[in-house]
Design a protein around this ligand. Sequence first.
Ligand code: SF4
Length: 318
Amino acid sequence: MKCDFCFHYCDIKEGQKGFCKVREVKNNKLLSTNYGFLDAIAIDPIEKKPLYHFFPGTTTLSVAQVGCNYNCDFCQNWQLSQNEININSSKTSPKELVKLALNYKTPSISFTYSEPIVWQDYVIDTAIIAKKYNLKTIMVTNGSFSKEARERLSPLIDAFNIDLKGDAPYYKNICKGDITPVLEGIKYLIKQGNHVEVTILLIEGIHTKEIIEKLAKKLIELNVQVWHLSRFFPNYKMSNTKATSEQFLNQMIETAKNMGINYVYSGNSSIHSPTICPSCNHVLINNHINSDAIKIDLYKNIKNNKCLNCSTKIYGYF
Ligand code: SF4
């Protein structure tokens, strides 16, 4: 049987599993072995997803099941993403998850930490119920959708943070993947009007100024407005690689801004990242980040999605 959840389009035989190891064929049925087993659950500031232009200042109920369709050496969440065995022994139904979000009064649910593309059946079932209660839904994803998956998810998911990991050779050599479905996914979702922010995990010594320039050019072509550049820390199969320095991150942030990306933010960093009007340079939102929480001075200079100083329209929902 063919799984159409992601770009791999695995052909799975009876008793076998797909590349992600959480989709299997049993009794002639294609099933998800992780369905409903929430192996991580937390309430996060939405800025931690990271989403800086999608209802900043709110919290989101973050959940994850095990599984991923990539096996990146640098994975920062490999205990969840590379695991095929459910850690939690009990299931949470989509209805129960929506109820939890309502009880915790988080205005959104985020499917995050591992790769929600490989558990999109649960994401979809939850999003359908969440919509009835006016809850927003968010996917934090590597963006390697199949065509069918992006068409299924776009009407149900309000905001996406998509990880664009590097250029085409980086995907081929380091991720053993393919950049094309990711770029096609970003293009499609932006065209459909979904809120999209993009992230890169910046590895000093591997990513270069040239790569950042190349990616910035591509993102501008795709009409991406928000780009998060996040520091790598040693982990998984790259435990001996040194952490990306603040200095390198700062240089790459300047490169991205000079290339013309409207909103560029630092991640895993102490570099101050306010939201700045791209036309008049006024600070719109002041994000003060520490390791556990994000405090922000909201709406000081933004009203009806416009800069109070010069009336430029600001991308996102505020
Ligand atoms: S989700 Fe992707 S990797 Fe997993 S079985 Fe389906 S097509 Fe293969």
